[in-house]
Ligand binder design. Structure first.
Ligand SMILES: CC(C)(COP(=O)(O)OP(=O)(O)OC[C@H]1O[C@@H](n2cnc3c(N)ncnc32)[C@H](O)[C@@H]1OP(=O)(O)O)[C@@H](O)C(=O)NCCC(=O)NCCS
Length: 171
């Protein structure tokens, strides 16, 4: 994800927030806030055209369509948790249900292991069936239900905590 793709990434984030079932966030942040709150490595975009070489050539000309993005947030600043990160994955409304999310999450897992991350976690609302299926199919398993853990607007919401422990990193 190069910074010049931020407007498209932001738009996709806003579409996800608008579903009401993606996140406790109610508005998309500006670049500075997003940039400082996510890990610098493991920032991925799914582009059309999907061929990497063509996409790289077209990105500077603004001739690619961003279909989705995935990134990681550190869960703690404590050293013991340096290999633990929280997944974010968002697909453009018009591109959902076509395998883009799965391609992004698979690539994110690979990239996270290449960067020394041993545990990925995801907090998912029980109402978000697509996200539950996506994370399960990429090897994350539900470890906990966090009952009425936070409020979105006026409603207390449950969050399912999913987790994947790498068998390669920190084996
Ligand atoms: C959740 C999200 C990232 C999934 O990405 P996607 O590209 O639509 O998903 P994929 O097409 O790769 O499908 C992944 C799995 O989910 C299933 N799925 C996709 N859309 C679904 C839907 N609307 N309802 C139920 N299952 C669905 C697919 O069948 C597939 O399951 P399988 O692996 O068992 O075959 C996407 O829907 C999205 O961006 N939603 C809004 C933002 C959001 O909720 N982000 C996640 C926050 S935790």
């Amino acid at each position: 994800m190069s910074p010049d793709l931020w407007p498209a990434v932001l738009e996709i984030y806003a579409q996800g927030i608008a579903t009401g079932d993606a996140t406790f966030e109610t508005e998309a942040p500006d670049w500075e806030k997003w940039d400082s709150s996510h890990r610098r490595d493991c920032r991925l975009v799914a582009l059309e055209p999907l061929d990497e070489e063509t996409a790289e050539r077209l990105v500077p000309m603004g001739k690619v369509t961003v279909l989705g993005w995935a990134a990681l947030t550190a869960v703690s600043s404590r050293s013991v948790y340096r290999g633990v990160a929280e997944v974010s994955v968002y697909v453009a409304a018009t591109a959902r249900g076509q395998g883009v999310g799965k391609a992004l999450l698979r690539a994110l897992i690979e990239e996270s292991e290449a960067n020394g991350i041993w545990t990925l976690q995801a907090g998912i609302f029980p109402e978000n069936g697509a996200s539950i299926k996506l994370h399960k199919s990429c090897g994350l398993r539900q470890v906990r239900v966090r009952k009425r853990i936070g409020k979105l607007g006026k409603a207390w919401r449950d969050v399912l905590l999913f987790e994947r422990r790498s068998s390669k990193v920190g084996a």
